[in-house]
Design a protein around this ligand. Structure first.
Ligand code: CUA
Length: 377
């Protein structure tokens, strides 16, 4: 008897639910959906999401992104419009408190449709992305300049770059210098935890995984200077694991490699002069170092303003203002141990603490000589 009562009552309740009979404005929803889709896709194309396209790979990768926008906006709009519409149209009105609404026991047709369509879409997009990645990473064609090999090593919290297969001495560097229009293959390793080797302008990116070597290939297509970024949370210094990548002409690249092989600018200068350079030469070498760095040590001028050297960096203190009256010993100390006495308003750890390693003794002396001369002005 009890069972019958329940089964009799349930349909009665369902029929009593007035929400059941509310109209569904299908064509209005379709119209809203189409307009919202058009706006969404237009925004997806109008917003300038990306940094400069710095490699030949960038075009195809940006296209993948735009295809994804076109494919996903309609689904986002579909779900959002239906959800908001149902919240509004089937909301609880006065007198409907406690009504449960009609129960639904599944809809096989609908379930097949909403499983099949996303599955086809997903397989299609994955295939497209895979084919694009394979194509952009193809080895350079015969007749193209010989591919450059660079070993990239991650370690908390810096990258080291080693150039392989050169004529003459192998080259290690803390700055990444690359020739334009020549394919580069990076072999990426880590000495400790996971890191991720990324230059946003090149678009490609891969984890440095303990125990294995990963790799990717790009061809720089623009001259410029950007950041090498670590894109995997790797410890307290993760945000500071940034270095410079500079794309130069092939001629400048060859000159840079030769200079690195010779062991630094000042060392070459001293050897060429047959002894210690005199004070004027020293200051001139120091000025070049300040403005351009030596390939391994980042240029001081990238972060410091100094009108004599024509630099306008604003990350560190303005040396036109703070340098007056400094002794050579103080200057040398500030370069080699930047965290010992940090200027007011600046944060410890921002200035690289490795200038003592990335500058040779002669280069450091030249830099100090130059800055002392400028400070005395
Ligand atoms: Cu290395 Cu994050």
């Amino acid at each position: 008897m009890g069972e019958e009562t329940v089964s009799e009552q349930a349909p009665a309740r369902e029929q009593a639910d007035p929400r059941r009979d509310r109209p569904v404005h299908v064509w209005t929803l379709v119209a809203i959906g189409l307009v919202a889709t058009a706006i969404g896709i237009a925004l997806g194309f109008a917003i300038d999401w990306f940094p400069v396209r710095g490699s030949t790979q960038a075009d195809d990768i940006d296209t993948v992104y735009h295809v994804l926008v076109v494919a996903s906006v309609p689904f986002f709009v579909l779900v959002t419009v239906i959800t908001l519409y149902c919240v509004w149209q089937f909301r609880e009105r006065p007198g409907e408190e406690g009504l449960d609404g009609p129960s639904i026991h599944g809809n096989t047709g609908l379930e097949i449709v909403w499983t099949t369509i996303p599955a086809i879409l997903l397989i299609g997009l994955c295939t497209y992305a895979y084919v694009t990645l394979t194509n952009v990473e193809e080895a350079p064609a015969a007749g193209a300049p010989k591919e450059l090999r660079v070993d990239v090593t991650g370690q908390q919290f810096a990258w080291t770059f080693a150039y392989r297969g050169l004529d003459g001495k192998p080259v290690k560097s803390a700055e990444l210098v690359l020739p334009k229009d020549r394919s580069v293959k990076f072999q990426i390793r880590t000495l400790d935890v996971l890191h991720d080797f990324w230059v946003p302008e090149f678009r490609m990116k891969i984890d440095a995984v303990p125990g294995i070597t990963t790799s990717y290939r790009i061809t720089p297509s623009k001259l410029g200077s950007w950041s090498v970024v670590c894109a995997e949370l790797c410890g307290v210094g993760h945000a500071l694991m940034r270095q410079k990548v500079t794309v130069v002409t092939p001629e400048r690249f060859d000159a840079w490699i030769r200079r690195k092989q010779a062991g630094g600018m000042a060392a070459t200068g001293a050897a060429g002069g047959g002894g210690a350079a005199d004070a004027t030469d020293q200051a001139a070498i120091g000025k070049t170092l300040f403005a351009e760095g030596n390939g391994e040590a980042t240029a001081c001028g990238a972060c410091h303003t100094l009108s004599d050297a024509g630099t306008s960096g604003a990350t560190g203190p303005n040396l036109d203002e703070v340098l007056k009256g400094w002794t050579p010993a103080q200057i040398a100390e500030a370069i080699e141990n930047p965290n010992k006495d940090v200027a007011k308003g600046y944060t410890e750890g921002i200035m690289p603490a490795n200038y003592g390693d990335t500058l040779t003794k002669q280069e450091l002396a030249a830099l100090v000589a130059y800055l002392e001369k400028t400070a005395a002005k």
